[in-house]
Design a protein around this ligand. Structure first.
Ligand code: MG
Length: 313
């Protein structure tokens, strides 16, 4: 079996993991970032520069960005749903931004309140502004493996989005299995298809959510077809507020140990990673308990705002 010597993990718990959870105080999100960096994670998606009305748990991205000196050597990556978010991210001095567009219209409308074509029209300008500021650009294709509203998504729709990113000069194209329905054959076929349509040197990454253990099989399929970058979230926390039933992200602990067992180095220390995971699990348990008490006191689950420009993936 031909495997690479190294692979890279993009830790997304502070963004994807927390977006559908009760808000954690800024001090706890800062401590989580410090612990993740200490574990050896070198790319961390620390926030989304989204209006707090849509995702209250991810408020204060600007303040969080000021904590960068706590994690030297780490690429501070952030999701930006639109031009306003990009402006804030650039002012905050992030190293990398993720732009997101769904391959399926229905999810793009739920997530960004626009059609896929409308979102794509804005991509070149977003990418140009980021690159002019010296910031790396990830282009994420949400629902690349299936959509909670439309079901199967043809590879051609994924390639249409990927082509726009490639032409806009994106450094990396992230294939996101937003709802965890992808399987290894799909990973291999989609990677082949994109190399044909977009170009043989397109740099791909996988953003996996885990349903019934498929995610690790998809990591292996990705490795075997030349993918070297994997998004993952410590403790497997996560979901998508605008994709009903989305399972959590593939757990960073699982990916690190899966890769290490096959001799693929990630640079992550499993013991320190476990410490970061324990910290997150403990703080989230307390926050969920408090949120439950508040809901019980007001007679039911608080209503969620419907998605407008939330930009999740
Ligand atoms: Mg996700």
């Amino acid at each position: 079996m031909e495997l690479p010597a190294t692979a890279e993990i993009v830790e997304v718990a502070p963004r994807d993991g927390l977006q559908d959870e009760p808000p954690l105080p800024l001090s706890e999100r800062t401590e989580l970032l410090r612990l993740l960096a200490r574990a050896g994670l070198r790319r961390i998606e620390f926030a989304s520069f989204v209006h707090p009305r849509w995702i209250p748990s991810l408020a204060d991205a600007d303040e969080l960005a000021r904590m960068r000196p706590l994690a030297p050597g780490v690429v501070w990556s952030a999701l930006v749903p639109n031009g306003k978010g990009l402006e804030r991210a650039l002012r905050a001095g992030v190293d990398e931004v993720t732009i997101v567009v769904s391959a399926s219209d229905a999810h793009n409308r739920a997530n960004l309140n626009r059609t896929t074509a409308e979102s794509l029209a804005g991509v070149p300008e977003l990418a140009r502004r980021a690159r002019a500021a010296g910031v790396r650009v990830r282009g994420a294709v949400a629902t690349a493996f299936g959509c909670p509203f439309e079901g199967a998504v043809p590879y051609g729709r994924v390639a249409d989005v990927a082509l726009v990113y490639a032409e806009a000069g994106a450094d990396e194209i992230v294939l996101a299995d937003t709802i965890g329905v992808g399987h290894p054959r799909q990973v291999a076929e989609l990677a082949d298809y994109l190399r044909e349509r977009v170009g043989p040197d397109v740099r791909l990454a996988l953003h996996l959510h885990d349903r019934r253990g498929f995610a690790l099989a998809n990591v292996l399929a990705g490795l075997l077809c030349g993918i070297r970058v994997f998004d993952a979230a410590v403790t497997g926390v996560g979901g998508c507020p605008y994709a009903p039933g989305a399972p959590g992200n593939v757990a960073t602990e699982s990916v690190v140990s899966f890769l290490a067992s096959m001799g693929v180095e990630t640079g992550v220390d499993p013991d320190r990673l476990r410490e970061a995971g324990s910290y997150l699990a403990e703080r989230l348990a307390l926050a969920r308990g408090a949120a439950h008490e508040i809901r019980a006191g007001t007679g039911g689950r608080a209503a969620r705002a419907t998605g407008k420009e939330s930009g999740t993936v």
